[in-house]
Structures are given as structure tokens and as C-alpha cells.
Design a protein around this ligand. Structure first.
Ligand SMILES: [Zn+2]
Ligand SMILES: [Zn+2]
Length: 246
């Protein structure tokens, strides 16, 4: 049976240097449940070590956690990659780490904490997660698709790290599955602002870096079950799957 799922498919954890330390797995899950979200995706910058901990923290709750990552391309464009399975995300992680130079300067960029579902600090990631990979945007999208994931251009309405801010336009040669709009702009306003992008599915997410931001942007999807495969069907309006309001 197809039903509505409230999805916030872009949020960070305390692993991202720019996110709050209050974004540890159990707190994040608690807030997502309180915000009545059905599905969240964890998308830390160029990293994924906290994803399994958030998945475990969500056990026993009516909340589905999709494995994801927000990758920075060579052009400094942010790209969301979402998967159904952790092992495919792990394969993308291997590609990202082999093309991500630099060491984090904690005093400058922030702490990158790996925290488990019991709120225990398991360690710190010392890579330069705030930096850009050496992989071109088009190649990143290809890697995500090769691994069965979906590739969404992050916050296209923002003035930094978006495909429009960095490249000037949404390249039709790059097969994005959807374009993300910030919670602040919202889907209806974005449709008026970007008439030239009418052929792309839009979704809104919170891009939460602080606990109180979780659920401040979300998209309602009509799906049979919350999975990347079903989200893909909703993006193309297949077999009754769809995004609410479009
Ligand atoms: Zn971003
Ligand atoms: Zn983000």
C-alpha cells in the first residue's frame, strides 16, 4: 500500500566539523522522532563513520535511517549520495578517501567525533572532511549510480557550495536524480524562482547542523516502503509513487 512518508534526507552528525557536538546519534534520533519524521538520511561531509551508529540508535523507533554522504566535488559542489545499504556507501567512502587530501585542523574547522549509539566517543576522524575531493562532479554522480545510489545536487538555492553558485547552472549532461532546496526557500518558492529547472524533481531538506534544525525542511513522499529504490520511482512519478505537492 502506498502511503505518505515524511522525509528529511539531509542532516549532519557531530562527525562533520561544522556540526554541533549535540548531534550525536541518540540525540539526533530522539529529535527526528519528536519531529514526526518517518525517514532521515545521514549525510556527513565526505565521511560516513557515524551512519551505522545512527542506524543502531534508531532500533526500536518507527524511524528509517538511510546511509548517505555529502561529498564535495573538485569544483567545490556539494552532492548528496543516498543508498539502501551500508556496504555500498562504504565502497563510495573508499573512493572518496582515496581522493581527499589533507588533515583536519580541529582548532580552525572543528571536531570530527565518531560517537556510538550509547553516546560513547569511539574516536576522531583526522582527515580534512571540510575540504574538496579531487573527483569531478560528473564522475562522482557516475560512481554513486554505479553503486546503485541516488545523486542529489545539494541546496541549489545557496550562494556557496551549490551547483549553481560554483558552475553557474545545472548542467543537463550530469544525470542528477533530483535537486535539493533549502528549508528556508521551500519547494513552492523554488519552483517560481527556477522555471528553467521545471523538468527536475525538487526536494526540501533541513541540512541540519544543530539539533533544533532537524525537520525544519522535509519532503513528503508517497511510497510503498521507504527505500532508495522507491525514492527513485517517486522522482520519476512511477506506479503511483510521487512527491507531495507535484
Ligand atoms: Zn552542503
Ligand atoms: Zn549539508
Amino acid at each position: 500500500m502506498i502511503r505518505a512518508f515524511r522525509c528529511d534526507l539531509h542532516m549532519h552528525t557531530c562527525l562533520s566539523p561544522c556540526a554541533g557536538l549535540d548531534m550525536y546519534p541518540s540525540a539526533l534520533v530522539g529529535r527526528a522522532v519528536a519531529e514526526k519524521l518517518d525517514v532521515i538520511a545521514i549525510c556527513d561531509h565526505n565521511a560516513s563513520e557515524n551512519v551505522p551508529h545512527v542506524i543502531r540508535a534508531a532500533r526500536g523507533h518507527a524511524l528509517v535511517v538511510l546511509p548517505g554522504m555529502e561529498i564535495t566535488s573538485r569544483e567545490e559542489v556539494h552532492l548528496l549520495a543516498l543508498f539502501d545499504r551500508m556496504d555500498f556507501l562504504q565502497r563510495l567512502q573508499d573512493i572518496v578517501y582515496s581522493h581527499l587530501p589533507g588533515i583536519n585542523d580541529e582548532s580552525r574547522f572543528g571536531c570530527q567525533a565518531i560517537v556510538n549509539e550509547l553516546d560513547e566517543v569511539e574516536g576522531f576522524n583526522n582527515r580534512l572532511l571540510i575540504g574538496a575531493t579531487e573527483v569531478a562532479l560528473a564522475d562522482l554522480v557516475r560512481h554513486v549510480h554505479d553503486l546503485g545510489g541516488i545523486a542529489i545536487a545539494s541546496h541549489i538555492d545557496r550562494e556557496s557550495f551549490s551547483v549553481i553558485s560554483q558552475l553557474g547552472f545545472v548542467d543537463p549532461e550530469i544525470p542528477f536524480d533530483a535537486l535539493e532546496i533549502s528549508g528556508r526557500t521551500g519547494l513552492a518558492r523554488a519552483r517560481r524562482k527556477y522555471p528553467e529547472l521545471a523538468n527536475y524533481p525538487f526536494l526540501a531538506s533541513s541540512d541540519a547542523h544543530r539539533i533544533e534544525e532537524i525537520g525544519k525542511g522535509f519532503t513528503e513522499f508517497f511510497l510503498e516502503e521507504p527505500s532508495v529504490h522507491e525514492l527513485k520511482m517517486a522522482f520519476s512519478g512511477q506506479a503511483g509513487r510521487r512527491i507531495a505537492g507535484f
